[in-house]
Design a protein around this ligand. Structure first.
Ligand code: HEM
Length: 475
């Protein structure tokens, strides 16, 4: 390299091409255990933009807050869409690249090009009933989340009024899955078996591939059902807003929704629970108002973004960025986790403060920021709130710095959340209220309210069998 940097300051732009830089692998054991040290080392070596090797494919990792914002706010200069990737067009991305399968599914998060704007508009429209606080569907969603939370807590309580539990496996993972089933309009608990396949896909174990096939087939079947008989659910609203979607395209969008809801919302809930228990616990727990939970969540999402790196964008033209020139068609991965540690950002957020800033990038920024922020925050806040209402005591069964994490190139979250609990007296067997999983197409007569998923069917489902098997109880 021709130039040298210290403290991230540049003394000239390096015009070496990405493929000639032979960058270091990013996804190392260090990255898995202490990602912040890896980001800092890269920042020291390269400044705000660093060349990295992503499982054999070179890319630029954006570590600087200012540079991240610049990219996210300029969709023309840095479009998404794999068709913009020069190395892929030139055949330089191996066919068996491990990240290929998750990026080649052409849904709204990945897509660029002329089809994108109408798809995004349709997403916004389809999410609206669930996010607009005054809308009856948003109220039903909140009631459903509370009911699902109660079902799960009651199940944990079958191990006894006091005991140990893994609140990740027994609560923050299944709860969003049940919410996803509600959003997708699966009838009753019929979707449970298919949704468990989502876990197998996300965990990328040996059974991931057949699970993905089964899941996509189920989603295609669901999509066909909604086309034939629309309901008051996300797939039907998306179809109404974008009638041109093929069944295959709709199934891909549903897959995207399922992944986002079931993984990222669960991660956010688990991290928030840890923050309430072990962070400024007393302060937060003592005043667990909805607003305080939201504030805690904002701090958590800022310090531990569920999406640690965003899917790639591509330079539309040769562009100087940080200390390098990014060539047209080079992939750039914006890392909010690294950008939040950039002194430019971090120095303005006191680590001990319980008050956070809204200037963080954890929901994205610019035209492609998360359209479901309100939905995700509501589900997580209701889930966390209900937990602290029903458990009079919760403490971590491991020191916070020993909790196990799982990470992928895109996300980072707790692998498990072992706690010792005590149920609040009188709430052990609290029956779930009767909210709505999904409404049928025909309007219900006034006052009858939609039914809960049939409890017996629920108990027979593989999700329930799995959760029942996790009950551990006594300390
Ligand atoms: C804690 C939960 C969540 C977090 C932290 C989160 C975060 C994000 C972020 C950072 C982006 C922008 C990515 C980028 O710029 O490349 C994004 C995009 C997106 N998110 Fe979320 N999200 C969450 C939950 C959800 C949920 C539950 C849904 C669906 C119901 C959803 C749907 C989407 C969609 C469709 C996009 C793509 C938007 C576009 O490209 O126009 N997200 N999300």
């Amino acid at each position: 390299m021709e130039s040298q940097w210290g403290e991230g300051a540049s003394v000239g732009v390096d015009s070496t091409r990405l493929e000639e830089l032979t960058p270091e692998p990013l996804l190392t054991r260090d990255y898995e255990t202490r990602p912040s040290l890896v980001y800092e080392r890269l920042r020291q070596q390269h400044g705000p933009v660093a060349p990295v090797d992503l499982l054999g494919v070179p890319a630029w990792l954006v570590l600087g807050y200012r540079e991240a914002l610049q990219i996210l706010q300029d969709d023309r200069g840095w479009p998404k869409g794999l068709e913009n990737w020069r190395a892929r067009t030139d055949g330089d991305v191996p066919a068996d690249w491990p990240l290929g399968p998750s990026l080649e599914v052409n849904h709204v998060l990945i897509q660029g090009g002329p089809g994108y704007p109408s798809l995004r508009t349709a997403w916004d429209a389809a999410l609206k009933p669930f996010q607009d606080p005054g809308h009856p569907q948003a109220k039903r969603l909140k009631a459903a989340v509370t009911a699902y939370a109660d079902e799960l807590i009651t199940l944990v309580g079958q191990g006894g009024g006091t005991g140990v539990a893994d609140l990740s496996a027994q609560y923050s993972r299944p709860l969003p899955l049940m919410v996803a089933s509600h959003l997708l309009g699966f009838p009753g608990s019929q979707g449970d078996d298919a949704l468990m396949d989502m876990w197998r896909v996300l965990d990328a174990g040996p059974d991931a591939e057949p699970a993905l096939e089964r899941l996509l087939a189920t989603l295609a079947e669901l999509a066909a059902g909604k086309l034939a008989q629309p309901g008051d659910d996300f797939p039907s609203h998306l179809l109404a807003a974008h009638p041109g979607l093929s069944l295959d395209e709709l199934a891909r969008e549903l897959f995207m929704l399922l992944g986002m809801v079931s993984d990222h919302v669960g991660i956010l809930m688990s991290s928030t629970v840890v923050e309430v228990i072990s962070g400024d616990g007393d302060g937060v727990r003592a005043s667990l108002s909805a607003g305080m939970i939201r504030e805690t969540m904002n701090r958590v999402v800022m310090r531990k973004p569920p999406l640690v790196n965003f899917v790639p964008r591509f330079a539309a033209a040769d562009t100087p960025l940080g200390n390098y020139t990014i060539r047209a068609g080079d992939p750039v991965w914006v890392s909010p986790a690294a950008a939040h540690a950039d002194p430019l950002f971090a120095d303005h957020v006191a680590p001990s403060s319980t008050i956070s800033t809204r200037a963080h990038l954890s929901w994205g920024a610019g035209p492609r920021q998360c359209p479901a922020r309100e939905l995700a925050s509501t589900v997580a806040a209701v889930g966390v709130g209900r937990l602290f209402e029903r458990f009079s005591h919760l403490e971590l069964a491991l020191p916070a710095d020993q909790l196990p994490w799982r990470s992928s190139p895109f996300m980072r979250g707790l692998r498990s959340l072992p706690v010792r609990y005590e149920l609040a007296p009188g709430t052990e067997r609290l029956a779930a209220p009767r909210p709505a999983p999904a409404l049928p197409a025909a309007p219900e007569p006034e006052g009858t309210g939609p039914a809960l998923p049939d409890q017996l069917a629920r108990q027979r489902s593989s999700l329930w069998r799995y959760l029942t098997g996790l009950i551990r109880g006594g300390r």
